[in-house]
Design a protein around this ligand. Structure first.
Ligand SMILES: Cc1cc2nc3c(=O)[nH]c(=O)nc-3n(C[C@H](O)[C@H](O)[C@H](O)COP(=O)(O)OP(=O)(O)OC[C@H]3O[C@@H](n4cnc5c(N)ncnc54)[C@H](O)[C@@H]3O)c2cc1C
Ligand SMILES: NC(=O)c1ccc[n+]([C@@H]2O[C@H](COP(=O)([O-])OP(=O)(O)OC[C@H]3O[C@@H](n4cnc5c(N)ncnc54)[C@H](O)[C@@H]3O)[C@@H](O)[C@H]2O)c1
Length: 504
């Protein structure tokens, strides 16, 4: 039987990899160099990295190895996003000569089956057996809790450690909306188990989870209403970027209910109803299912952190810049301690944790340059500061923007809704941050991240040949625009003088 519903062959394969039935926990062999709590991205990287370097490692997982990302987050969502793009492209390709778009059907069951198959295939990499047999990690299945500052207990066994890593992650936060628990709702833990497409889906929260899944389910054929307290979707992104996405959502038929207060939720004979108030006006949204994506609550309960002298609050475990908790031998990484919650950040933090915990390293998280991308269509990707962040720090900024209408490949692809934007320290080519809105913005942002991480300015990008025609040429065009700003009237006069002299 599978631990993730529905009980299909693919989910059984997934369960067998990430929480094998009848798994026998090993007998602990003395003191561990590192005990890792939680086998999500952060925990898996900690355990694999430490074992690879010769450490004696115990890895404890109570639910599914692979954590949110593999089981109920990035992997299933991106598989469904791909299916949603496929059906959307088929329906909207008439201008390219594709016939029959209007009558293209969609098979929800097939898309979900594909997602489950791909997730099960990927799960091999995070499997308990691989960690035990190939990496030499002692894998324990069970609930971990501290019983002393240097002891953890799992499933009745006590493990002594020199260092521990808390990587217990986070889960969907439940907003205090009257009637919500009684009415019943989906979260990221349950939506990927649906076996029928909800005809009407109300989504509470227009953050990355809400936006990615709103567009996905709308393209599948659900009538989607996206609801948020905030007056815009993806509140932390560049306003021009979210405006493009909001227009896309409206054009695709998503009902945006922004800047609203949710009064209550209730179940009626015909389904569920979300009662909203906007500008003093009451609105009722009827839905078959409600998805909640209003942020995360960190998994601290049951760990007995106080027993180990580890301070925490509602934002999770408190760590210093080196990921050390208030117990000097216990570190944390990933969603449990990070304001930004991304798989690639959990990975980067785990690497810092390893260096600092095992090898007395002094690596700091404040040095990290963190990109992210919301995988809507178009995608919105960002790295570094926004203009307002720099201004708030008293840094003068030059902002350059290239709309995709000026990029040949975007024109040819019919994907001109978007732009590439860079924020420079005024008077220099130093990149403070960048935002890209494009169909594959997540792939394009890496050029800026690499430049920033390596201390390269926009001038270095200007010298880099970009293949024609690619959408990444937008970045080269930004660099060329910067170069033109360096051509002051005085420099231009000098050049003109030189050229005139050449014509003598
Ligand atoms: C729908 C969705 C889509 C997402 N998409 C993306 C994306 O596209 N890109 C991206 O970068 N990020 C994405 N994220 C975020 C990403 O999934 C998380 O940032 C990442 O999984 C964090 O990894 P982690 O190891 O810190 O925690 P988790 O993945 O939460 O792992 C923690 C593990 O610890 C275990 N655990 C907790 N307490 C205990 C205990 N007491 N004993 C034993 N085990 C315990 C849990 O069972 C869990 O398996 C998405 C998230 C969601 C929900
Ligand atoms: N592509 C990605 O990298 C990706 C995708 C999905 C999730 N994630 C990560 O998962 C985490 C969780 O995502 P999320 O979208 O749940 O959280 P979020 O915190 O990013 O967004 C939550 C949204 O819910 C709204 N909200 C909060 N309370 C509300 C209420 N009572 N009523 C209506 N709206 C309310 C907020 O205004 C906000 O817009 C994020 O930190 C994100 O980094 C990343």
């Amino acid at each position: 039987m599978s631990l993730i519903l529905p009980d299909t062959a693919e989910n059984q394969q997934l369960s067998e990899n990430v929480h094998p039935a009848g798994w026998v926990n090993p007998t602990p062999a003395g003191c561990y160099n590192l005990v890792v709590i939680g086998a999500g991205t952060a925990g898996l990287i900690c355990a694999a990295g430490a074992a690879g370097l010769g450490a004696k490692v115990a890895l404890i997982e109570r639910n599914l190895m692979g954590g949110d990302c593999l089981n109920t987050g990035c992997v299933p969502s991106k598989a469904l996003i791909r299916a949603a793009r496929a059906v959307h492209d088929a329906r909207t390709a008439s201008a390219s000569g594709v016939l029959g778009g209007d009558s293209v059907g969609f098979d929800f069951a097939a898309a979900m089956e594909r997602m489950r198959r791909l997730r099960a295939d990927i799960s091999q990499h995070d499997s308990a057996r691989r960690f035990r047999n190939e990496l030499g990690v002692d894998v324990f299945i069970g609930d971990a809790r501290f019983v002393a500052p240097d002891w953890v207990e799992v499933a009745g066994t006590r493990l002594k450690f020199k260092k521990a890593a808390i990587c217990s992650g986070a889960r969907a936060a439940a907003p205090p909306i009257p009637g919500l628990p009684e009415t019943g709702y989906l979260t990221n833990e349950t939506i990927f188990s649906l076996t029928e497409l909800p005809p009407r889906l109300a989504i509470i929260g227009a953050g990355p989870i809400g936006c990615e899944l709103a567009q996905t389910f709308s393209r599948f054929g659900s009538k989607v209403t996206l609801i948020d307290l905030s007056p815009t979707i993806l509140g932390r992104e560049d306003h021009d970027a979210t405006e493009i996405l909001q227009n896309t959502f409206v054009r695709e038929g998503i009902d945006l209910q922004l800047g609203v207060k949710i009064l209550k939720v209730e179940k009626q004979d015909t389904g569920r109803v979300v009662h909203l108030e906007r500008d003093g006006q009451q609105i009722q949204i009827a839905a078959d299912q409600i998805l909640v994506g209003v942020g995360r609550t960190t998994n601290t309960e049951g760990l007995e952190l106080q027993t180990a002298g580890v301070a925490f609050d509602t934002n999770g475990v408190k760590v210093n810049d080196r990921l050390q908790t208030t117990n000097a031998n216990i570190y944390a990484a990933g969603d449990i301690c990070s304001a930004y919650k991304f798989t690639h950040l959990a990975d980067a933090q785990a690497r810092i944790l390893l260096a600092n915990a095992l090898f007395k390293g002094r690596q700091k998280t404040s040095g990290l340059i963190i990109p992210w991308c919301t995988y809507t269509d178009p995608e919105i990707a960002h790295v570094g500061m926004y203009e307002q962040d720099a201004t708030a720090q008293g840094i003068s900024v030059t902002t350059l923007t290239i709309p995709l209408t000026e990029v040949d490949r975007a024109v040819l692809d019919g994907e001109t809704e978007g732009f590439a934007r860079v924020y420079l320290r005024k008077g220099t080519d130093r990149i403070l941050g960048a935002t890209i809105v494009a169909r594959h913005a997540g792939e394009m942002i890496n050029e800026f991240t690499l430049a920033m991480t390596s201390g390269l300015g926009l001038g270095a990008i200007a010298k880099t040949i970009h293949p024609y025609p690619t959408q990444a040429e937008a970045i080269k065009k930004l660099a060329d625009t910067y170069n033109r700003t360096r051509l002051t009237p005085f420099a231009k006069k000098l050049l003109s003088g030189w050229l005139a002299w050449q014509r003598r």
